[in-house]
Design a protein around this ligand. Structure first.
Ligand SMILES: Cc1cc2nc3c(=O)[nH]c(=O)nc-3n(C[C@H](O)[C@H](O)[C@H](O)COP(=O)(O)O)c2cc1C
Length: 154
């Protein structure tokens, strides 16, 4: 039996995600569910909605959080997807720590989940990248939990 209270040391996390066909949205929802089961306070926002806010409104949302989890799909046309690029151009997240996650398709070889790795590199994430093949399934649960266990607000 899983002891959810020990799942993660994160007490509070903002989850921003970009998704076209739903896989990364689903992964963001699974991450949120696991965090909430573990007693963390979370907010999950589609990146496009976040970017529609004024700079001041967006910074107000970021303010209470030390840990920002950012997720994206990868496609071959625009790397990283444009909303991610806009986020990286607009918000330095200099007083935050970023944990990156993404979904992709291993058939793409070297660019597998490249957008998530790009986010991690840009924001100098101290954590490993969570990469999941397509839609997250039950067999990914352990990998997602292990990734969360390694993230702390400190
Ligand atoms: C045109 C196209 C290009 C893609 N290129 C890549 C790629 O370079 N690397 C990768 O890991 N996945 C690639 N994928 C797979 C998607 O990233 C993957 O299906 C992802 O889970 C989609 O996420 P979403 O449902 O959140 O939009 C590509 C998919 C499409 C349709």
């Amino acid at each position: 039996m899983r002891v959810v209270s020990k799942l993660t040391p994160v007490r509070r996390a903002l989850i921003l995600y970009e998704s076209l066909s739903g896989n990364t949205a689903q992964l963001a929802a699974v991450i949120q569910d696991l965090l909430e089961e573990a007693g963390a306070a979370t907010e999950r926002i589609h990146l496009r909605s976040f970017l529609d806010l004024s700079y001041e409104e967006a910074e107000d949302i970021l303010k209470p959080y030390r840990t920002i989890m950012i997720g994206s799909y990868t496609d071959d046309k625009h790397l990283p997807p444009e909303p991610l690029e806009e986020l990286m151009d607009t918000h330095t997240l200099s007083d935050k720590q970023v944990a990156a996650f993404g979904t992709g398709d291993t058939q793409w070889g070297e660019t597998y989940c490249l957008a998530a790795y790009t986010i991690a590199r840009h924001y100098q994430s101290p954590f490993s990248v969570l990469d999941i093949e397509q839609m997250p399934s039950g067999s990914d649960q352990e990998k997602i939990e292990k990734w969360l266990e390694a993230i702390s607000d400190d």
